[in-house]
Design a protein around this ligand. Structure first.
Ligand code: GLU
Length: 463
């Protein structure tokens, strides 16, 4: 059997973290088993679906590297197929027309509730042997209802949650086509999963309640029922349901905030799934390891610190050319033009151990390409009147040397020794003058990259 999974987002917003994890797990399961991963856009809610949201979903998946083998299929383009199946079901008696008006149904519900019953469709238009249906009213376009079994149970072995069983008496006859003929949500999902030969449905557990209805429909169609794995929801750092309040819930927001896709993917992989204590692995490794047995049925909690830690890890080991292309863009977005000197890759290499995000990296190195923004407090603290003559003398010495790290270091050392100072006494004000702040990697390395002319100009200007 070829494993076929799908990701079936409704394009009503960006690709959020929960959706991205569902996509990732579905993708990885197909990849692990040399199966196929299908992308289906569930756009039948025309009020809320937008082309921008479709694009945001495609962008998010591409950014994460989740490639699909078939699709994207759009449900709105499959209307004829849904109508064809509805016609067949009406013919074979697994569905029927219902002419109950809205008012009539409201009255029915009201009466049921007053009698202490759960409100549900009472089957008044459901044909039965020997039953006489009400006379067809004129001018009421009927809906189509599915003839749900009235006895027995519908059960499945959820690959995450274990066995789930629902009594059919809990389920009433679902509307599968509205009065205007358009098919309803659960019905479209069923026809698609069937037509697309989906073997494993991985989706958020907000869909658990739909599953018994979908299974009954599939059975009525004579379709093979796929296996289901319902993924628990993701909570925010604070233990509440993940929402906009938690900031970056859109995958592309993470891109904007300076996260690498490798880090986000690695992070998402560990949200509710584990492989022993392994925390750091790439997507290839994930596809080899991924299984459904190690998905936790309990809710996963988002941990921004851990994501930042992973991001720092990937920034450290990412290809420099790749990082440079990204950082160049981020600097440009900040109005900083990257010149040829110092070489961006070398600057990144000097700084990448020190940051958690690409935005931090861009902010930290911007001073190489434009005049630093002075941290006034740091300047006041480190650039004391006593140190000014020391720095002046040092500047003269620096002007005379070959611009190499060892020579720069030796010149600073000389200024330190000959004035009976400690190294930071000289290095800190230099930092402030050259970088605008008191934090930087080794000052000789910074000066080397900055170049002799620029370094001396900044020292002179600042003194
Ligand atoms: N379109 C549904 C959603 O975005 C998913 C349906 C499914 O996976 O069956 O929540």
């Amino acid at each position: 059997m070829t494993i076929r999974t799908r990701f079936a987002p409704s394009p009503t917003g960006f690709l959020h973290i929960g959706g991205a994890r569902t996509a990732l797990f579905s993708w990885a399961y197909a990849r692990k088993h040399q199966g196929q991963f299908i992308l289906r856009i569930e756009d039948t809610d025309v009020e809320r679906s937008t082309p921008e949201a479709v694009q945001a979903i495609l962008d998010g998946m591409q950014w994460l590297g989740l490639d699909w083998d078939e699709g994207p299929f759009y449900q709105m383009q499959r209307m004829d197929r849904y109508k064809e199946i509805i016609g067949q079901m009406l013919d074979d008696g697994t569905a029927y027309y219902c002419y109950s008006s809205r008012e009539e149904l409201d009255v029915m519900r009201e009466q049921q509730m007053q009698a202490g019953l759960k409100p549900r469709y009472d089957g008044r238009w459901r044909p039965e042997e020997g039953k006489i249906l009400p006379p067809k009213p004129e001018n009421i376009p009927p809906v189509v209802r599915f003839r749900n079994p009235t006895s027995g149970t519908v059960a499945w072995d959820d690959l995450v949650k274990g066995r789930i069983e629902i009594s059919n008496t809990e389920l009433d006859d679902l509307i599968i086509a509205r009065a205007d003929g358009t098919p309803t949500y659960n019905f479209c999902v069923v026809v698609d999963d069937w037509d697309m030969n989906i073997t494993h449905v991985l989706r958020g557990d907000d869909h658990v309640n739909n599953t018994p209805r979908q299974i009954n429909l599939l059975k009525a169609l004579g379709a093979k029922v796929p296996q289901y794995a319902h993924l628990s929801m993701i909570l925010g750092d604070d233990g509440q349901k993940l929402s906009k309040r938690h900031g970056a819930v859109s995958v592309m927001q993470y891109h904007e905030d300076g996260y690498l896709p490798e880090a986000v993917l690695n992070y998402l992989a560990r949200l509710g799934w584990s492989h022993g204590d392994d925390e750091v692995f790439d997507s290839k490794q994930f596809c080899q390891w991924f299984d459904l047995d190690h998905i936790t049925p309990s809710a996963a909690q988002f941990n921004t610190e851990k994501l930042r830690w992973l991001n720092a890890h990937y920034i450290k080991q990412s290809d420099l050319g790749h990082l440079a292309a990204d950082i160049r863009q981020r600097l440009e977005d900040r109005g900083v033009v990257v010149s040829e000197h110092p070489e961006l890759r070398s600057v990144i290499d000097l700084y990448r151990e020190r940051v958690h995000t690409l935005n931090e990296l861009a902010d930290a190195i911007a001073y190489f390409y434009h005049k630093p923004v002075m941290d006034v407090a740091a300047r006041e603290k480190h650039l004391t009147p006593e140190i000014v003559p020391v720095l002046q003398a040092l500047a003269e010495q620096l002007a005379a040397i070959d611009w190499m790290p060892e020579q720069i270091h030796a010149a600073i050392d000389h200024a330190v020794q000959s004035n009976g100072l400690k190294f930071p006494k000289v290095a800190m004000p230099l930092r402030v003058l050259l970088t605008g702040g008191a934090q930087s990697p080794g000052i000789d390395a910074v000066m080397t990259l900055l170049g002799k002319k620029e370094a001396l100009a900044r020292i002179h200007e600042g003194l």
